[in-house]
Design a protein around this ligand. Structure first.
Ligand code: PMP
Ligand code: GLN
Length: 386
């Protein structure tokens, strides 16, 4: 198997000196106070040896307090919270623990790359339900039709990478009813829970009947801008969390001891911190979306996440993969071809994802470079109106 698309595009960006709007990571670190807490934990010998398998109690308590503070959920930090090596491990452990060979797992495509890989590792079969532009709303009839006697779980991601769609309470209620009616688990990846610019994040696990059948997953990476620390967590019913822990203990066993203490502190930051992260990213979203539209892309503005999806057909182009492989050399910018997140390739072929979690001058530089692309290849609309 080759490298992930994220690694491929980041390597291409580094090799060509391109502005990297591909892989989703911020170019400024999270709060200094949180970084200091990690450094102090290391120097004080906290977490330098194997932490407890479920995570240090301070972090489990902080995750439970976070779920109560933002969503009103009551969790027992000992039985209902599990710390993982990022959301990535949480997704892998949840699928390995809960999906048996032959089970079907429904996911909305385009989907984050590890979903397909982990469903396959678990011996399951992925069943895509396509989100379509411009709104990338879930088609709930299509979802209902995708459920069979073999369906074990719906793998949900809201706010959604790569489309930036935030599922509404109404959409989630329909998904929840279906899960209850057909006795399905929901594995809910909520890593962008605090990066919402329009609408509101609703954890599906808070809806009626869902506490017992939802595996809720999140991570510190996006909320606190420390993607390299790889501190994630799973919350849910005690039996479900115990099952996920059974798989997790043979994946990494434990990880990131000192960082766990630092994230325990980060989760308790005041509301202004959480509001500030979203406000900062909202402004960056607006800047990049307007600039990309100006360059000539069709832009589908996101309600959340780090990402905006565009369509390259106004340039007279169709193949986003070819476009992204050439873009670092032709324009000095790297982006991600969303087609790699689809089973139904035709649905995503012309879509290209740009990350806006970068400093404003970096976004402006990328836009200035992309303007050269426009001069070289005027968008079809500009040609007709000329
Ligand atoms: N889920 C989604 C939707 C993501 O975009 C990412 C990565 N950014 C992850 C999970 C993985 O998160 P982590 O870095 O905490 O492993
Ligand atoms: N989640 C990040 C993205 O979507 C990438 C993480 C990774 O490289 N696996 O861009």
């Amino acid at each position: 198997m080759g490298t992930t698309i994220f690694a491929e595009m980041s390597e291409l960006a580094a090799a060509t000196g391109a502005v990297n709007l591909g892989q989703g990571f911020p170019d400024t670190d999270g709060p200094a106070q949180v970084a200091r807490a990690a450094a102090e934990a290391i120097l004080a010998g906290r977490g330098n040896q194997y932490p407890p398998g479920a995570g240090v109690p301070e972090l489990r308590r902080a995750v439970a307090a976070h779920q109560r503070r933002f969503y009103g959920t009551e969790l027992d930090p000992d039985a209902q919270v599990l710390v993982t090596a990022g959301a990535t491990e949480a997704i892998a452990a949840a699928l390995l623990a809960l999906v048996e060979p032959g089970d079907e797992v429904i996911a909305f495509e385009p989907y984050y790359d590890s979903y397909a890989a982990c469903v396959a590792l678990a011996g399951g079969t992925r069943v895509p339900v396509t989100l379509r532009p411009p709104g990338f709303r879930p088609d709930l009839d299509e979802l209902r039709a995708a459920v069979t006697g073999r369906t074990r779980a719906i793998l949900l991601n809201t706010p959604h990478n790569p489309t930036g769609s935030v599922f509404t309470a109404g959409e989630l209620a329909v998904i929840a009813e279906l899960a209850c009616e057909r006795n399905l688990l929901v594995i809910s990846d909520e890593v962008y829970e605090h990066l919402v610019y329009e609408g509101e994040h609703v954890p599906i696990g808070t809806l009626p009947g869902m506490a017992a059948r939802t595996v809720t997953i999140s991570s510190a990476a996006k909320t606190f801008s420390f993607t390299g620390w790889k501190i994630g967590w799973v919350t849910g019913a005690p039996e479900v969390v115990a099952a996920v822990r059974t798989a997790k203990q043979f994946l990494t066993y434990v990880s990131g001891g000192p960082f766990q203490y630092a994230i325990a502190e980060a989760l308790g930051l005041p509301d202004e911190y959480y509001r500030g992260v979203a406000a900062d990213l909202r402004a960056k979203r607006d800047l990049l979306c307007a600039g990309l539209a100006e360059v000539g892309f069709e832009v589908y503005p996101p309600q959340g996440t780090y990402f905006v999806t565009t369509d390259i057909r106004p340039f007279g182009l169709l193949d986003g993969l070819e476009f992204c492989r050439g873009l670092p050399a032709s324009a000095g910018v790297a982006a991600i071809p969303s087609v790699v997140f689809y089973d139904n390739r035709d649905a995503g072929l012309p879509q290209v994802r740009f990350a806006f979690c970068k400093r404003e001058p970096v976004l402006r530089e990328a836009l200035a470079r992309l303007a050269a692309l426009r001069r070289a290849q005027p968008p079809a609309a500009a040609v007709t109106s000329a």
